[in-house]
Design a protein around this ligand. Structure first.
Ligand code: ZN
Length: 347
């Protein structure tokens, strides 16, 4: 079965999201990993989805996800306009899994090779630690230094948690085999789970002179790390205040503008899942969320995905007793766009 009901935790566990989507009525040809028109925003040839290797199901869209890989969970939420896990799972219970014919069809769909997920996660964690071990701190005039100084005006010091490395660039070919295409200079950051475990690695591929590398996906995180909540920890919170954002440049821009520690959380959904680290629960008193001011196209209009995620996170953190403030730029965009606008105004 592609799903399982856990009596103990009273939770539905989706073991294969690809099959769930077929049971939900999506045509499997939509998920053949070829570029095609986006079923959500309509971006022409801007959408791609399917299993990554034997790994988890992922999708990417030039419009909906700003070319970042996201999970099936996010795909369904965006497609239906759901803003919470409760809404999505209600739909899965009441619609998807109650349609017997569709579930049978999904079960009959070709089975992919299963890899033990605990083993897979373990492998991913080892690779993350290994890659970080090869990196070094940023030096003046290296590609990361050039990239960040151009992208984030006013950044006087590159935080020591941002590293430089030489990174291999891989993509899967049309028959799903991973291909090592080239080596690039790269910026790397470590993502930590709320329990303080190193679980994720962000890589931005660069050219020698600090421009974005000419590749399909300039920014990557490791797929299938097994953790839905992590933050790229840049520095430690000061005076009990921690800032949060989606993007790395957004975090750095906010830290320049407001002189505070800001942790990027990769995407709106990972940001929405943010949890205060176990060992900082008493130290941190206030959280400031630097929300992206988005206009994501959905089926019947536009949606501010960044603000929705920030609101959901704020609500949860407030219930846990934290003071939370949401900051958003007046114009569509993020705080790095804002910083660049401010910096370009002559005094
Ligand atoms: Zn789209």
């Amino acid at each position: 079965m592609f799903y399982e009901y856990d009596e103990k935790t009273n939770r539905l566990i989706i073991k294969d999201w690809g099959k769930l989507l077929i049971a939900d009525g999506f045509d499997s040809s939509l998920f053949n990993k070829k570029h095609q028109d986006c079923p959500i925003c309509g971006a022409v040839k801007g959408f791609r989805a399917g299993y990554i290797g034997n790994d988890s199901w992922r999708w990417v869209c030039k419009g909906c996800t700003s070319s970042k890989y996201e999970s099936a969970y996010e795909f369904m939420c965006k497609h239906y306009g759901f803003t919470s896990a409760t809404q999505l799972f209600k739909h899965i219970y009441q619609q998807t899994l109650s349609n017997e014919v569709a579930v049978k069809k999904a079960l009959a769909a070709p089975k992919r090779v299963e890899e033990n997920s605990a083993e897979r996660i373990e492998k991913s964690l080892r690779a993350t630690a290994f890659l970080w071990g090869k990196s070094r701190q940023v030096r003046e005039n290296d590609p990361v230094w050039k990239y960040l100084n151009r992208r984030v005006p006013g950044l006087t010091q590159i935080p020591s948690d941002i590293h430089y490395t030489k990174a291999q660039y891989w993509e899967t070919d049309s028959s799903d085999r991973p291909q090592h295409l080239a080596d690039y200079d790269a910026m790397v950051l470590r993502g930590y789970s709320p329990q303080g475990q190193l679980v994720q690695m962000h890589t931005t591929y660069l050219t020698e002179d600090g421009q974005k590398a000419p590749v399909e996906n300039v920014k990557k995180t490791r797929p299938g790390c097994g953790f839905g909540s992590y933050a790229f920890r840049i520095g430690m919170p000061r005076d009990g205040v921690l800032g949060l954002s989606e993007g790395i440049e957004t975090a750095l821009a906010a830290s320049v503008l407001y002189d505070m520690t800001v942790w990027p959380c990769h995407s709106s959904s990972v940001l929405q899942n943010f949890e205060v680290p176990d060992d900082m629960k008493t130290e941190i008193r206030q959280i400031i969320i630097f929300a992206d001011n988005d206009r994501s196209k959905i089926r019947d209009g536009v949606r501010n995905t960044g603000l929705l995620a920030a609101n959901a996170l704020a609500k949860r953190l407030r219930m846990q007793g934290y003071r939370v403030r949401i900051m958003m730029t007046a114009k569509v965009g993020d705080f790095n766009d804002h910083l660049n606008n401010v910096a370009s105004v002559p005094f």
